[in-house]
Design a binder for this molecule. Structure first.
Ligand SMILES: [Zn+2]
Length: 149
């Protein structure tokens, strides 16, 4: 899933365990697992360029520090009750609950982001849904042309 130029870290996502598949019409492509993971199991080591720019595929790893990963983290769909979380210190994607084969991976964008690239109306349909999704340090900016997840 990562380019060979990133090296050959054995903890990088194995192509045999993950695939990029069409989730639904609104979401488009997202990451689906081809094997199960136990709760708290390390799913993969994450890598990417770090700079101070917020983009659709970046994850905040510190004040004004954003890790850009268009291959794995950037492909995860938001959920307010996600099945993964990002261990920022170790750069690991970890199972937040047990994940079954063929499930799509989800993550809660609000756990890491002070400011989102774009706020949006969540459609995760979980009991914990927060509705309008925005960063921890920003006010809700609802616009009529607001983004979709
Ligand atoms: Zn939600």
């Amino acid at each position: 899933m990562y380019l060979s130029t990133f090296g050959d870290n054995t903890l990088f996502p194995e192509p045999s365990a993950f695939t990029l598949a069409d989730k639904d019409f609104l979401t488009g492509k997202s990451i689906q697992v081809l094997k199960s993971f136990k709760r708290k199991e390390k799913i993969a080591h994450i890598t990417g360029e770090v700079n101070d720019i917020i983009s659709p595929d970046s994850v905040q790893i510190g004040p004004e520090q954003h890790l850009h990963d268009p291959y794995v983290l950037g492909m995860l769909t938001h959920s307010c009750d996600p099945n993964t979380y990002f261990d920022v210190k170790n750069r690991h994607l970890v199972a937040a609950k047990s994940i079954l084969e063929n499930e799509f991976l989800t993550i809660d964008y609000t756990q890491t982001e002070d400011y989102l690239f774009r706020q949006f109306q969540c459609r995760c349909k979980t009991a914990k849904c927060k509705g309008w999704i925005h960063g921890r340090k920003e006010a809700q900016v609802k616009r009529s042309e607001g983004g979709e997840i």
